[in-house]
Design a binder for this molecule. Structure first.
Ligand SMILES: Cc1cc2nc3c(=O)[nH]c(=O)nc-3n(C[C@H](O)[C@H](O)[C@H](O)COP(=O)(O)OP(=O)(O)OC[C@H]3O[C@@H](n4cnc5c(N)ncnc54)[C@H](O)[C@@H]3O)c2cc1C
Length: 426
């Protein structure tokens, strides 16, 4: 913590925050990864803005009454004050440096802002390996590298954990008899990486990535210069962009049959899509669900003939061809609805169901890397058996790379192979 930051208790809140012309307060907790990610940014920004704005930290669990009064329900929560009144955004979760700066800037005059920004000095950090992405692939690479005494910095645009952190329950990761909360499994992985010495840059904005020179600019100020780079940025479901999709993703809407079909034993589900993955995943879901309705925009499937023939053998699958979803609704736990439009008549109807699966494809997260990396026909990175891409010294691991099956175990395997290959070369 810098000299500009003062740790206070509730009884000093009036004097140290409300009575100051400009103040910022960080409500933090212990054993809180997003609080740790924020602490480094808060420290750095206090050096830049501390001359003009009072920086305060309050331990939330030790000051519960004040936190409740201010409607602070999670850690970290950052609140900005001007003349005793809260102003700007109330920030929480994986807080970005740019969001902090935007709110701090708003408290300053033009001259002060210019003077503050003049204090921002870009700097370079050298490391052996920079890992981009802190899901299972990146964290596993980090664990193996750090254990081989390879200095490793792991950069994630969000908080580490990847998809696992948002997965309700994981029942197929070896080593656990009972299903594990995804959040806990990813927490163990990232704590293991940290305990072994991996340095984290979490919830950061990744700027220029130079694959040839193995440099990555983070938050506009730090350039990480590495000898090798691992890209483990995963993929994301291709969004339909419909109302309700974001809200109920992972909570009524699933993108993974292997993971979630088992929760629909004897239930009804709707599948959106008509390509190979939609049809193959439907066959898997049909082992559990009582009834499946496939909603597909065309008058025939795009899936291969074999998959279509297999589908015909199922007696619990109905198909609504030439229908497109327009909205997703949730009425309660396992009580969802799809508003579907008949493309031939324009008529809309609401179909009630227990759960919705969307299989309209995934997209690899490779936008940050330009177009020099070799990819397969679906845009996933191609590598050799040691996970090295076409650019020497740049490796790819996990869902971002070409492969037949995308699971935690396969991501962890890729991360392992990349890390061992790198350790042997450094
Ligand atoms: C809803 C759902 C449920 C699932 N359930 C299961 C299950 O039960 N069991 C199972 O085995 N598999 C499951 N899977 C699949 C599994 O989660 C993935 O295969 C696995 O997480 C892939 O790991 P990864 O490290 O390659 O990528 P991810 O887990 O996707 O992690 C990628 C990380 O990279 C970060 N990132 C993205 N872009 C950048 C960038 N430009 N710079 C830096 N960082 C970046 C992201 O923030 C993220 O933290 C599920 C998938 C989904 C979608």
């Amino acid at each position: 913590m810098t000299n500009y930051i003062k740790e206070i208790n509730a009884d000093e809140f009036q004097k140290e925050v409300l009575d100051k012309p400009r103040a910022v307060v960080d409500f933090y907790s212990t054993e809180c990864p997003p609080c740790e990610a924020l602490a480094a940014k808060y420290d750095a920004l206090s050096e830049i803005y501390g001359e003009y704005i009072t920086f305060v930290k309050i331990f939330r669990q030790g000051n519960r009454e004040l936190a409740a009064q201010l409607d602070v329900t999670g850690s970290p929560t950052v609140i900005f004050y001007k003349n005793g009144e809260p102003v700007g955004d109330k920030l929480g979760g994986g807080i970005l440096r740019s969001d902090l700066m935007r709110n701090l800037d708003a408290l300053l005059t033009d001259e002060e802002r210019e003077a503050a920004h003049a204090k921002i000095i870009p700097y370079e950090t050298e490391t052996d390996v920079v890992v981009l992405g802190g899901g299972p692939a990146g964290l596993t690479a980090g664990i193996y590298l750090a254990q081989a005494h390879v200095k490793t910095i792991l950069v994630d645009t969000a908080l580490p954990g990847g998809y696992v952190a948002t997965t309700h329950q994981v029942s197929n990761y070896p080593g656990f008899i009972e299903p594990q909360a995804g959040m806990m499994l990813s927490h163990y992985m990232s704590e293991q990486a940290k305990a072994n010495g991996v340095e984290f840059r979490a919830a950061v904005e990744v700027g220029n990535v130079d694959l040839e020179n193995k440099t990555v600019t983070v938050d506009g100020v730090e350039t990480i210069k590495a000898r090798k780079m691992v890209i483990a940025t995963g993929s994301r479901p291709r969004p339909l962009g419909l109302p309700g999709e974001k809200e109920y993703g992972g909570n009524g809407i699933s993108y993974c049959a292997t993971c979630d079909a088992k929760y629909f034993e004897g239930k009804e589900v709707i599948v959106i899509g008509g390509g190979n993955s939609a049809i193959e995943e439907t066959q898997f879901i049909a082992k559990f669900a009582k009834k499946i309705t496939i909603v597909h925009q065309f008058d025939h499937f795009q899936a291969n003939k074999v998959a279509q023939e297999e589908l015909k053998k199922l007696d619990n699958v109905e198909v609504l061809f030439e229908h497109e979803p327009r909205e997703f609704k949730k009425y309660g736990s396992m009580d969802m609805a799809v508003v579907a439009e008949d493309l031939t008549t324009g008529e809309r109807k609401e179909i009630r169901t227990n759960g919705i699966f969307v299989f309209v494809g995934f997209l690899p997260n490779i936008e940050a890397f330009g177009d020099k990396l070799a990819v397969d026909q679906w845009g996933y990175l191609t590598t050799d058996a040691e996970m090295e891409t076409n650019i020497p010294g740049v490796y790819a691991a996990g869902d971002v790379k070409t492969k037949a099956y995308r699971q935690i175990t396969t991501a962890v395997a890729d991360g392992t192979i990349a890390a061992i290959a790198i350790s042997k070369k450094l």
